[in-house]
Design a protein around this ligand. Structure first.
Ligand SMILES: [Zn+2]
Ligand SMILES: [Zn+2]
Length: 132
């Protein structure tokens, strides 16, 4: 929660509830998931409030937008560099910490100075594997 204080977001009770839901959340929720969870406490809250709060957070670096799931954007409050393990069955996304050395040959760098990478590992989680 501390990290959100510097973001300069006007903290209304609804926004605080959204931040509270995101804080330490490892589920990589979509805007719809967040809306569903937070509107239990704030039934009058609109989906636009969730969406706009996420957009502001994203612009200020408080949350990462993941484009892993083509059906819906997923959000990641963990802004430290990390990788993802994705179940193609249930779309569960898990964090993987640790750095992978992926050498990118000079001729493929197009003159870029590299600052990081993001690896997406795809597969079936144990539950989905069993259900096949
Ligand atoms: Zn699965
Ligand atoms: Zn993540």
């Amino acid at each position: 929660m501390e990290k959100y204080k510097d973001i300069g977001l006007k903290l209304t009770p609804q926004r605080l509830a959204i931040l509270d839901y995101l804080d330490g959340n490892k589920e990589h929720p979509s805007a719809e998931d967040i809306y569903k969870a937070v509107s239990k406490r704030f039934p009058t809250m609109s989906f636009a409030t969730v969406y706009n709060t996420l957009e502001t957070l994203r612009q200020k670096g408080g949350v990462l937008e993941l484009t892993i799931d083509p059906a819906k954007k997923r959000f990641d409050p963990n802004t430290e560099p990390h990788h993802h393990l994705i179940c193609v069955g249930c779309k569960k996304i898990l964090d993987i910490h640790g750095s992978y050395r992926l050498p990118l040959p000079d001729e493929k760098r197009e003159g870029f100075e590299l600052i990081g990478n993001h690896i997406e590992f795809y597969g079936l989680c144990p539950k989905c594997k069993k259900g096949r």
